[in-house]
Design a protein around this ligand. Structure first.
Ligand code: ATP
Ligand code: MG
Length: 239
């Protein structure tokens, strides 16, 4: 479904991603794990068109997308939940969700009736957001803001969701809740590319995982294989 071939991405003179190959098949959950600064967020932002690769090719459903602007990539069915849940703090929960549908509406993906149906489906995944729909986004708890960020990304009815550290800063009980929701979203047919520092939870959920170190993929395998890999255990699982 998604293929990255030899992707290189720079910030000015700094090469943050140094030749990544990655494939995500339809229906899968795959994860990228790695330490701070490994290039995980850069990889996701390169896929979603926020950053342009200096070299390499990204294709989605057989079509090259690395020459498309971000809103067209959303229109093709790829939606990103950025690191640090950048919701709009002064807009209500409902307005935040409408913004998610708006960016898709721009490229003609959704119309009003479909948006309304879709909103119901998204809210059924997050009952707490339904209760708080009139509340300002900034007044939600950290976990609720993360749910809002995910719900907003789902408003464009994506085929693939890119999640950047959804469990960051959340209490353990909320972490398992977020991972449960990710599984539910996947069960509804959305393919998932997950970036996480919580390697244990991410690998347990994923069919395949990749370890990113200094801009390169240094190890890959099934979630199970990586969970049992000595290097992964030592470096990322604290065992
Ligand atoms: N805007 C920027 N300007 C310059 N360098 C940047 C910029 N953003 C990231 N970098 C550098 O690119 C490298 C990769 O950063 P990236 O944010 O992709 O890492 P990450 O794996 O997501 O890390 P974290 O787990 O801390 O979120 C790092 O060395 C970082 O310092
Ligand atoms: Mg990051």
């Amino acid at each position: 479904m998604l293929k990255l071939k030899n992707i290189h991405t720079f910030y000015g003179p700094i090469e943050a991603v140094k030749g990544i190959d990655l494939e995500v098949k339809r229906g899968e959950i795959i994860c990228l794990i790695g330490s701070n600064g490994a290039g995980k967020s850069t990889t996701l932002m390169t896929i979603s068109g926020i950053l342009r690769p200096a070299a390499g090719d990204i294709s989605f459903e057989g079509r090259t997308i690395n020459d498309l602007p971000p809103h067209m990539i959303v229109g093709m069915g790829i939606s990103q939940v950025p690191e640090g849940r950048r919701i709009f703090p002064r807009l209500t929960v409902m307005e935040n969700l409408e913004m998610g549908a708006y960016s898709a509406g721009n490229s003609g993906v959704l119309n009003k009736t479909r948006t309304k149906d879709h909103l119901e489906r998204v809210l059924s995944l997050f009952p707490v957001l339904k209760e708080r729909q009139k509340q300002q986004g900034g007044t939600l708890s950290g976990g609720e803001q993360q749910m809002l960020a995910i719900a907003r990304a789902l408003m464009s009815n994506p085929k693939m969701l890119l999640l950047d550290e959804p469990s960051l800063g959340l209490a353990p009980i909320l972490v398992s809740k977020i991972f449960k929701i990710i599984r539910e979203i996947n069960n509804e047919g959305v393919t998932i590319l997950l970036v996480e520092q919580n390697a244990h939870a991410a690998l347990s959920l994923s069919s395949r995982g990749h370890v990113l170190e200094s801009g390169r993929i240094t190890l890959q395998g099934t979630g199970e294989e990586l969970l049992n890999n000595e290097r992964v255990k030592k470096a990322y699982l604290g065992e």
